[in-house]
Design a protein around this ligand. Sequence first.
Ligand code: ADP
Ligand code: MG
Length: 380
Amino acid sequence: MSSVYSRYHRKIRSGTTNCCVTRFIPPYILVSFGIILSAQLMFQVGHAEPLRSETGTPAVFRSHHAMGTIFELLLFGEAGSIEVNDLELAADDAFDLLDRLEAQLSNWIDGSPVSVMNRKAWPGPVEADPVVLEALKLSRAYWSMTGGAFDVTVGPLLDLWGFYRDKQGIPTEAQVAEALGRVGFDKVEIHPEAGTVRFLNPEMRVDFGGIGKGIALDRMAALLKARGVRAGKLVGGTSSILVFGFPPKQKNWKVNIFSPYNRSSGETLATVFLRDESLSTSTASERYVEWKGRKYGHIFDPRTGYPAETDLVSVTVVAPDAAWSDALSTAFFVMGSKKVWRFCEEHPGLRCVLVSDRDRTGVPVVEYVNITPEKDTEHE
Ligand code: ADP
Ligand code: MG
């Protein structure tokens, strides 16, 4: 392929090291930080009122490079019961946990538990790391729930289409068919009692790229809550947010969804209000390979072996936790809007913002599923 646009690739090629930025900052500066740092996101989390109204609330903002992207934490404590220093230490530990999860779940790291499993599960069985086993079980649940649209065994397709290493040209139908033979969660056997995994075909490859950030956000939130953090906004790169508690003097967290066509313009397509839940966005425009002027996105239809191409340009899902929202946003992008509507009728606890371009005119059409925008603004 002529070029690959991927945060993972950029990280690996440039050798960027993990970094932690920002120490404690007074709440009034958090306001401007929120705006500056969120400018790169698919969405922006704001507050109906500036944070400076609560100067007595202990608060910290931190960011950290992991999983090929930037994670952000905005944490609030209860005045009188927790110090800023405690929030700092909790944030440090949450980022340490994130680094450990990346080391366990990344198939880009040669000796990681998931890479070892990918090499040895056929003919297997191979003993799997408990975190990998848990991630596999969750992934199997979403695979089954989405009729196979979410499938972490898409690794051979990502490899074939040049997302792991540069390739020239798009693959032939025969190559796609061959790779498809090595894709499918029905070819993965999990033995929970023995803690082992077995692949039924050689050369399979599990890739947790569609759920790893969600799993990390859920685990980080659990750690932060256990450490007495009263409210938090956890952002995982351009695609996932988890919130718990409320920002000072607010009843919810406000998230603006940007246009996938013109993100830098900051054009807001929709606004969603979150309470103790998670939001994820999937789009093909974030990461793709380009061949002869045509872009091929990083989300694959595991049934066809081709990059998913439906009426959807981007899909945002709000769900009770981040593993859900992360996995479902990827699956929904594969399913297209009609199937998403049907799925959400059966799961009324989910809310979505669908951006489609049915006529390929470049004019985005926005649909809200299980959200009444007017009703949501009443929470402000
Ligand atoms: P982001 O990386 O921006 O969070 P997604 O959550 O939508 O985006 O995940 C996309 C990633 O998921 C791809 O880069 C790939 O690693 C993996 N993937 C691609 N297609 C699928 C699929 N059908 N099911 C599960 N994972 C997928
Ligand atoms: Mg995802």
